[in-house]
Design a protein around this ligand. Structure first.
Ligand code: FAD
Length: 385
């Protein structure tokens, strides 16, 4: 059996690693010459960590992951703690810890695990064709590749999605802009072992530790779509949006490197239940594009990869049957993740300021139990115990 994998991001590489482990021949085709992820880092929650463990990356991931022992919310003007609690109860109940990691390092780990030389870069798929017993991807350089099945891990702007669904669903602007990057840890901004988030005015400033004594930071601001963006004014823009915020936030803005700070307008796509057509499977953001509000998009791609490989390995009624079983296992799960993230997005980003204000009040009463129990439900919905 030969699988053609389109896209060498988190989803494509995880799928290729998973299939290869079962002895399935794979070939990965990636559009760009060099992958430059949209975000500086990513939090891999225990459901995603378990998938990477399962795929043989347990030790490598630990080298890259930051130690996030506590979680805290702070009020925006004075930086007073609204709630702070240990993540340990979560870790104890799900059996694994979360790992925030720098994206470039995660991408390298995935490529090294799969075999960097086995990825063909600069191969952009333009269209796909299916026959009764094979599927062919055509690239913009006029070449093609044929396999027994095709995994479309071509991301949120997927062109293969339209082939599978028969229509092209619109991406939906979630109403806020996210700036993210990495800075050296400075404990006068936040503790090194804590996920710290300052909240107010429907905005967020968040810091998570990653390896190498660095914080992954992000700033969220509700804004109209399509504003002019200019790297030279990143710092000034953030100073304006966060005027009057507490001293640690001002310090963080002073420390960021505008050259390496990403600016992303956050989108998602209404969930759809069809993830496969014949011998083609959508995987990762091509099959479910979510806002990053519960940090599950990449984790869901890892889950997809594990489930898809297991379906191909454990069933013997043919490829199309195995893909339908993958769809059956995944469609509700990913729909749930997209809608949970959308709900959280609206609450945290002031879609209705009365609701957001109530959330701020609730945070002051939070012991950790409610937040960790919500996280636990999300994590335990994954495919690995
Ligand atoms: P991608 O990573 O987008 O990879 C798709 C690949 O396909 C790319 O390399 C692209 O070049 C290639 N490609 C595209 N078109 C073609 C084509 N026609 N032919 C060949 N190749 C093609 N998730 C989490 O789990 N935790 C987080 O904390 C988190 N934080 C996030 C923060 C932000 C700001 C954002 C925007 C997202 C975040 N996510 C997070 C989501 C996560 O980044 C995505 O869900 C994940 O990257 C999806 O992986 P993917 O492989 O499906 O897509």
């Amino acid at each position: 059996m030969k699988a053609i994998v389109i896209g060498g991001g988190i989803g494509g590489t995880c799928a290729a690693i998973a299939l290869k482990r079962f002895g399935i021949e794979t070939a990965v085709y990636e559009a760009v010459k060099e992958i430059k992820p949209v975000g500086a880092a990513i939090s891999i929650w225990p459901n995603g960590v378990k998938c990477l463990n399962y795929l043989g990356m347990k030790d490598a991931l630990r080298e890259l992951g930051g130690q996030m022992r506590y979680m805290a919310y702070k009020e925006y003007q004075h930086g007073q703690t609204m709630t702070r609690f240990s993540m340990d109860p979560l870790i104890q109940s799900v059996g694994e810890q979360p790992y925030p990691v720098a994206r470039a390092e995660l991408q390298s780990m995935l490529l090294d695990t799969y075999g960097r030389d086995s990825v063909q870069f600069g191969k952009r798929v333009t269209h796909v064709e299916e026959s009764a017993d094979s599927v062919t991807a055509w690239f913009d350089d006029g070449t093609s590749a044929t396999g027994d099945l095709l995994i479309a891990a071509d991301g949120t702007h997927s062109i293969i999605r339209q082939h599978v669904l028969g229509f092209a669903p619109e991406r939906r602007y979630a109403g806020y802009v996210n700036w993210n990057g990495l800075v050296d840890i400075d404990e006068s901004i936040a503790p090194a072992d804590q996920w710290t988030t300052f909240v107010g005015e429907g905005k967020r400033v968040s810091l998570m530790p990653v390896s190498g004594n660095r914080f992954y930071f992000f700033f969220d601001v509700p804004l109209p779509k399509g504003l002019l963006q200019d790297r030279a004014t990143v710092r000034e823009d953030l100073q304006r949006y966060f005027a009057g915020w507490a001293a640690p936030v001002q310090k963080l803005i002073g420390l960021i490197n505008p050259e390496t700070t990403n600016r992303v307008e956050i989108h998602d796509i209404d969930p759809f239940m069809q993830l496969v057509k014949g011998r083609i499977a959508l995987l990762g953001d091509s099959g479910h594009s979510t806002t990053p509000d519960i940090g599950q998009g990449g984790c869901a791609a890892m889950e997809d990869a594990v489930v898809l490989a297991n379906m191909l390995q454990t069933n013997s009624l043919g490829i199309e049957d195995a893909l339908l079983r993958y769809q059956e296992k995944r469609a509700d799960r990913v729909k749930d993740l997209v809608l949970k993230a959308r709900k959280r997005c609206d609450v945290t980003h002031g879609k209705d300021m009365a609701v957001t204000g109530q959330w701020y009040e609730d945070l002051k009463q939070e012991t950790g139990e409610r937040i960790l129990s919500g996280m636990c439900d999300t994590i335990l919905g994954g495919p690995l115990e």
